[in-house]
Ligand binder design. Structure first.
Ligand code: LLP
Length: 419
């Protein structure tokens, strides 16, 4: 359930009219519903209530400080992939002992930063990376808890760009090499504590079957590792839970838990789950203003003031985002391509979409934009990035100011010789 709903033809986020926010803050603007974020987090947290577990929010999906803070206050841990994300979660006041750190290419500086902060554990993706963590930990005189990310070779049946747990991707250690890799680390890398098993098979997964398949390979691995003398206390099953963008029927938190729990209930491990999209995807919209309506013999275009630099998912993944005016003027509809001002044919939000008729100046909402929306945005075409707003019941807060032209050139310099 999300808290974006129409009342008398006008879109509300919780108790605030979206049009009011747009009038005050301008467009394009990302608008997040605090209540929805917390509701999604709690649903998952409660579904796993019977076992020792931690929901680590995947910060890459939405790294705004307010979002991180809200989830941390609700009890969430964090799944991070860079020093920058670590910086953010520390700034937001997250308990570092609830932070897990993945990514195939952590630099020594990032590893040192994470060890200094005292994170819970690293998810390690290769032997050279394990050696690097061992080296840095040795230098600092500390021990690093690690899980190897195991690639179970499971097809999650999702878009190829977000398939990660299949053989042939860059992610993780092939499951056949898992035991020898753990034994190698245990014997050779004295500053590591190999105490976890991690796996993440992909994103926007709508059925529980791929998870069950992965678990049926990963859970026996935990037992095998223990038989080999490793003390495995943590199982991290990654994120990837799918959401409704259009007409998908993803599993609910309870269905997901019902599928997972039989595998892990008696394992004696702390269970970690790393959802991003499930928590924030439908908790955010991108509101944008219609600049022009262009009718051609072939097509009709709604030209809006947001563009692919603000939300790249349609261009990058062919993804579908529901689109509708925030104020419905009429039941009459027409077919439009919704496009931005950027000079690329790929700059679109929807193609051949039936949309209620609008006029220039009207605001439309691009739904399900809370995950991988702002975080994947850029300054392409020298477009200042959008503002971000969080709504909490009947109040709203600007949680990131719209960028200015000055922000665009911050840090740039012209060599003196060119002056
Ligand atoms: N854990 C790991 C190790 C991951 O790589 C990811 C996402 C997650 C957790 C969170 O996945 P989620 O629960 O959000 O599906 N930009 C793409 C999605 C990329 C996902 C990358 N990894 C998109 O917009 O669809």
């Amino acid at each position: 359930m999300d808290r974006f709903e129409y009342r008398d033809g006008e879109l509300y986020c919780e108790e605030v009219r979206v049009e009011d926010i747009c009038r005050d803050v301008g467009t394009p603007v990302y608008i997040y519903s605090h209540g929805t974020i917390i509701d999604h987090y709690r649903k998952l947290d409660e579904a796993f209530g019977e076992i020792d577990h931690l929901i680590c929010f995947s910060v890459k999906s939405n790294s705004n400080l307010a979002v991180i803070r809200a989830l941390a206050k609700a009890g969430a841990g964090m799944d991070i992939v860079s020093g920058g994300e670590l910086y953010r979660v520390l700034k937001a006041g997250v308990d570092p002992s609830k932070v897990v750190y993945a990514s195939v290419g952590k630099s020594e500086e990032e590893i040192e930063f994470a060890l200094q902060a005292g994170i819970m554990m690293f998810n390690v993706e290769s032997r050279p990376e394990a050696e690097a963590i061992n080296r840095v930990a040795g230098r600092m005189g500390v021990k690093a808890r690690i899980a190897f990310r195991i690639n179970p070779d499971v097809d999650p049946h999702t878009h190829k760009h977000i398939t990660t747990g299949k053989g042939g991707t860059k992610f993780g250690i092939p499951i056949d090499e898992a035991v020898e890799t753990y034994l190698w680390a245990k014997e050779r890398l004295g500053n590591l504590i190999p105490c976890g098993v991690h796996c993440h098979i992909g994103s926007q997964i709508t059925s529980v079957e791929p998870y069950k398949e992965a678990l049926s390979r990963i859970v026996p691995l935990v037992s095998e590792l223990r038989r080999n003398g490793l003390e495995i206390d943590t199982l991290n099953i990654g994120g990837g839970l799918g959401i409704v963008y259009k007409d998908e029927t993803p599993s609910t938190a309870d269905e997901f838990a019902a599928a997972v729990l039989p595998y892990v209930r008696d394992l004696g491990c702390k269970l970690i789950i790393e959802p991003g999209r499930f928590i924030v995807g439908n908790a955010g919209i991108l509101a944008t203003k219609v600049l022009y309506i262009k009718r051609t013999p072939h097509k009709n275009f709604l030209i809006v003031d947001a563009a692919m630099n603000d939300l790249i998912r349609p261009a990058f993944y062919d993804s579908y985002h529901r689109i509708a005016p925030v104020r419905i003027r009429t039941e009459e509809t027409d077919t439009f391509d919704v496009v931005g001002p950027v000079c690329e044919t790929g700059d679109y939000f929807a193609k051949d979409r039936r949309i209620n008729l609008v006029e220039p100046g009207d605001i439309i909402s691009i739904f399900s934009a809370g995950a991988y929306g702002f975080t994947m945005s850029s300054n392409y075409n020298s477009r200042p990035r959008a503002a971000e707003v969080m709504v909490i019941e009947d109040r709203y807060y600007i949680v990131r100011k719209r960028e200015t032209y000055l922000d665009l050139i911050r840090g740039e310099a012209i060599p003196g010789e060119l002056m």
